[in-house]
Design a protein around this ligand. Sequence first.
Ligand SMILES: NC(=O)c1ccc[n+]([C@@H]2O[C@H](COP(=O)([O-])OP(=O)(O)OC[C@H]3O[C@@H](n4cnc5c(N)ncnc54)[C@H](OP(=O)(O)O)[C@@H]3O)[C@@H](O)[C@H]2O)c1
Length: 295
Amino acid sequence: MTEHEAPRVTVLGLGRMGTAIAGAYLAAGYRTTVWNRTAARGDALAAQGAVRAADVAEAVAAGPLLVVPLLDPATVRRTLEPAAPLLAGRTLVSLANGTLEQARDLAAWAAGHGAHHLAGAMMALPHTIGAPEAFFFFSGSESAFEEHRTALEVMATGHYLGADPAAAETHSLAVLGTGYAALTGFLHAAALLETYGTGPERFAPLAAAWLRDMAAFLPHLAKEAASGSYADAASTIDLNRPAVDTLIAASTERGVDPRVHHPLKALLDRRSADGYGDDSFSSLYELLKPARPRP
Ligand SMILES: NC(=O)c1ccc[n+]([C@@H]2O[C@H](COP(=O)([O-])OP(=O)(O)OC[C@H]3O[C@@H](n4cnc5c(N)ncnc54)[C@H](OP(=O)(O)O)[C@@H]3O)[C@@H](O)[C@H]2O)c1
């Protein structure tokens, strides 16, 4: 592929993620234009063949696809503001975590300047960019996602989640939330086991083995939650209720703060008191989902 024929991409923002992303495009043979507020962060990429833009306008004008991994959506907008008239007809992919309101504001601003906008949320680390385990969530313009899918998947597997620009961020938070609960549970358990002389490093592989099993259980849990059918339970509310009670009691006895498990205890107690003790653990979903699902 000659340089003239190579597909073009601009990466605006060369922090940890942007540097990895620009590197992935260079490795994939893209003519990669880069810009960063602190220009020196582009030195290594320039040495690898990236084209350095003198300013944001030159970076935007360099091609049809702008990938922008900056701090947050407000920074994306502030950075692009001077080049806003050049955005018309180009695809702007903002890869910046922020509030849902910021995501929607940025999308409206980009659309106001005639850009096709995709909000992205990166489920990846700098070193996993381009690796099979990396995945990104996208929402916004579906036609932009389809048109640029090959280029987007140089960074990570892409999942398109609908037109609402906040959907990518919300899905990212949902995945993080799943992890937060598991990681907090791990840290609490590690503190408890420390009192038995089992250090966190010895416990970690045991917890990891269990989490792998739990991950394999998710589709089953999801099927029950989606169908609202909890009768054929592998693990019931009333089976888990005493287990959580004992975990809390064991923690209290050993001087370890058990409060991380209080919300789960409250849900299990309520479900049991409502007469659903024989239902599957997954029936907690009935207490968590909105009374009337939004359309
Ligand atoms: N790192 C991760 O593991 C990871 C994983 C998933 C998602 N993310 C998300 O990816 C985005 C980028 O993260 P990162 O880790 O690459 O961040 P980072 O290494 O801190 O880089 C931040 C980038 O934003 C630029 N920036 C910050 N403030 C600016 C301003 N006021 N004006 C212009 N440019 C500004 C920085 O430019 P300078 O170089 O000039 O400071 C740099 O290019 C964030 O939304 C983050 O939440 C990160």
